[in-house]
Design a protein. Structure first.
Length: 421
């Protein structure tokens, strides 16, 4: 956008102050000619379309060539108008712009038709009135936003707000469908505003919009620009047709005068040639005889050349047939090689799968051996622990038994001492 604004400002300064506005006083400046490469030929034919849509959604690539009123005046005075092809090129460019616009208008109609909601909206019971009012208010605000962006030519934003409006409509519809109908209450058919496409410039408009907004759209850059392009196309078609008719009449007049002069000179020369007709007749006969002999020799040579060409064509045909046969054999050998390679690849894949299965079985056997060794170690540890526990219990029993015998011995000694006393 910054670059387009700078280009527009530079073009405006060129129109107001001339293309040599930056030259110093007294500097020798080379004057431009309308046929120079850096002069805008569209501007010479009327206007440059890049200046029509600045800062709009339909903005074109900025034109970097020279726009100068003096150069256009010089072009119109040069007598080359409609003779160097500038007008035809300008007409093709304008028609291409209109073709792209018509495609965009068609896509806009398709979007509007696909987004049309044909379902009836009914008021239902047990619905919160405040919720319905809120949804209606948001739907109306979304429609207003879509109208605003559509009148400004911002199609993407208008489409986004229309999508939001449709989402709010579906939300309200889902809320109403959950409740039973109340007889006698239906939403009006024109409850939601609808949009349409401007057939001139492709902008989105609201049906039955206010006169102020309609007038603002009609006076906008995009609408005026495409109106000017359409009128210029019709004007150029008419002017080019008139110029071609004039050129055709001029050529017809010139060819008629040349034909009259040719006939007059033919009549004058006929008298001078009449005296030499007999001599030319004899010479013509001799020439015809010589020509006939040459033709006979030439026919012989042609027949020989024809035979040579036929032989060469037969050889070429045989060579082409041999080449096709060789190509077929080569293709057959190539197919066989591909099949062999495919079989080798399949065999290699089977070997890989077989090796992978062997490795997997080997890993399983190794894991089972490890588990078996681990179980044996665990059983050995359990047996060792049981032996230790058994030895510990035996030692404890031996100690208890020796302690009991020692106690019995002491008791007997005590009894013997009591008896002796």
């Amino acid at each position: 956008h910054v670059r387009s604004k700078m280009a527009a400002n530079a073009s405006l300064l060129d129109e107001l102050m001339g293309i040599n506005r930056n030259a110093a006083p007294g500097e020798d400046v080379k004057m431009k000619d309308w046929s120079d490469y850096d002069v805008c030929k569209h501007y010479l034919c009327g206007f440059c379309p890049a200046e029509l849509f600045v800062n709009t959604r339909a903005e074109l690539t900025p034109c970097t060539k020279i726009h100068d009123e003096m150069l256009r005046t010089n072009y119109e005075k040069s007598g080359k108008v409609f003779k160097v092809g500038y007008e035809e090129t300008f007409l093709e460019y304008l028609q291409d712009l209109i073709r792209k616009l018509e495609k965009r208008i068609g896509r806009g109609h398709h979007r509007l038709e696909s987004s049309a909601d044909a379902k009836e909206k009914r008021v239902r019971s047990d619905v919160n009135p405040a919720e319905v009012t809120r949804l209606d208010k948001e739907i109306q605000e979304s429609l207003d936003k879509a109208e605003q962006f559509g009148s400004e030519g911002n199609i993407d934003e208008a489409k986004a707000w229309m999508a939001k409006t449709e989402q709010l409509k579906r939300e309200k519809e889902r809320m109403l469908e959950k409740k039973p109908l109340i007889a006698g209450f239906e939403a009006p058919d024109d409850f939601h505003e609808k949009m349409e496409i401007c057939e001139t410039c492709g902008c989105f408009l609201v049906i039955n919009d206010t006169p102020q907004r309609v007038q603002s759209h009609l006076e906008g850059k995009q609408h005026l620009g495409y109106t000017r392009i359409r009128s210029k196309i019709e004007e150029l078609k008419k002017q080019i047709a008139e110029h071609r008719n004039k050129e055709r009449e001029t050529r017809r007049t010139r060819s008629g005068s040349r034909e009259i002069e040719r006939r007059r000179s033919r009549l004058d020369s006929r008298e001078s040639y009449r005296d030499h007709d007999r001599e030319r007749g004899h010479e013509r006969n001799r020439d015809n005889d010589r020509e006939r002999e040459r033709d006979q020799d030439k026919n012989k040579d042609l027949d020989k050349d024809k035979d040579d060409r036929e032989k060469k064509r037969d050889r070429d045909r045989d060579r082409e047939r041999e080449k096709k046969r060789d190509n077929k054999d080569r293709d057959r050998d190539r197919d066989k090689d591909h099949e062999k390679k495919r079989d080798r690849d399949k065999e290699r894949d089977r070997d890989k799968d077989r090796d992978r299965d062997k490795d997997r079985d080997r890993d399983k056997d190794r894991d089972r051996d490890k588990d078996r060794d681990r179980d044996k170690d665990r059983d050995r540890d359990k047996d060792r622990d049981r032996d230790k526990d058994r030895d510990r219990d035996k030692d404890r029993e031996d100690k208890d038994h020796s302690r009991g015998r020692h106690r019995d011995r002491n008791h007997k000694d005590d009894k013997n001492q009591d008896g002796s006393s």
